[in-house]
Ligand binder design. Sequence first.
Ligand code: NAD
Length: 425
Amino acid sequence: MIFENTFKKFLEVKELFKSLVGDNKSVEDLFKILEKPQRKIKVYLPLKRDNGEIEIFRGYRIQYNNFLGPYKGGIRYFPEVNGDELNALAFLMTIKCALVGLPLGGAKGGIRVDPKKLSEKELENLSREYVRKIYDFIGPDKDIPAPDVNTNAKIMDWMVDEYLKISNSKDIKLKATFTGKSIENDGSEGREEATGKGGEIILERFIEKIGFKKPLTVAIQGFGNVGYNLAKFLYQKGYKLVALSDSRGGIYSEEGFNPELVMECKKEKGMISGCYCVGSVCDIRLGRDISNEELLELDVDILVPAALENVITKENADRVKAKIILEMANNPLTEEADEILNRKGVIVIPDILANSGGVTVSYFEMLQNLNNEKWSKEKVFEELEKYLSKAFDEVWQIKEKLNVDLRKASYIVALKRIYHRYVRI
Ligand code: NAD
């Protein structure tokens, strides 16, 4: 159902795309091909628990499409991971890489596990077992996994180590099999902040185009890697962060929060609630707690879902008051919500554009490993700005020319690249 809904939105551009390229047969064929992944891998992962018992976990890797290059996409650890959701995310990765102009295809993987219930040793053994099971299908010219929800640089380091062990090689080029590694282990400078930085680049371009003047108010749901880093960059650019939240609830202040102080406070307390940090002080009188539901319905200029999928649905879309939604999480709006918001005139900056900074810097990490280079953070961000600005400008041009929303325009830009490769295959 998740995939079906995601693909339905994509299907809406088929007729438009046909009229653009004037080759109905090839476009029909391409859409047929893109409706299915090229390969679905399902593996069973035995893990010896600390109590000596064997438990079997289920792992997946969906290799969606590789017309433009090796498959690329994250691995998530989550108790509810399932093939349908991963299929939708792998499809979106295919479109995202094409949109940004990366020579990469799309994939997504995961293990059905709650990593908080495993010891560190168990987590390491499970991660290594996953690599042993998918080893034949990955590599710098086949499929390049990366971190996603509940996976991180440490897990990528274990995975690449297992990969090198099996390969019996120390060749640094093989390290390009995984991205999102730690800096000490040939990861890239700036990868940690890349998705947030990318969101800032896209939002700034957009604000400039529509002529909005700062200070603009922003509410961000999710204060993890993406939400926190985006908040940090937007704060530096003069946006007013009036609401922030994590899984346990949110905080609100008309004055606007200082995200770095909020993060310090959250680390101390273990939650964001009560962290009313404005300017250089945190004070109980400076804000109030709000729920995650309230946050989504605040009267702000920009709303940023940066936590989970499907948080805005037909149930709450009508109550959304923001003028702009910057989709930093993948698939945060259901198809019905997307329609309702469009009708209300809310502008949605789609996930495949807004959160593409992460995969773009992952690509830079691959390049650095393959060419035995180390780029500074400045160079990484400079290159990121070039890629994302180009993608944004192409999307904007299509939006203006065809009078479509930004999601459809993004699909068309991505499709053009995939189509041109497809007709040459
Ligand atoms: P993360 O685990 O670092 O952070 C997630 C945040 O969401 C945490 O603050 C958590 O407390 C919060 N959260 C969890 N459940 C919540 C709930 N019910 N309500 C409100 N907040 C809740 O994850 P992340 O890497 O920041 O990823 C967030 C989203 O962005 C995901 O959808 C992910 O697929 C997407 N994304 C991440 C990257 C990346 O580079 N990390 C790239 C592209 C897309």
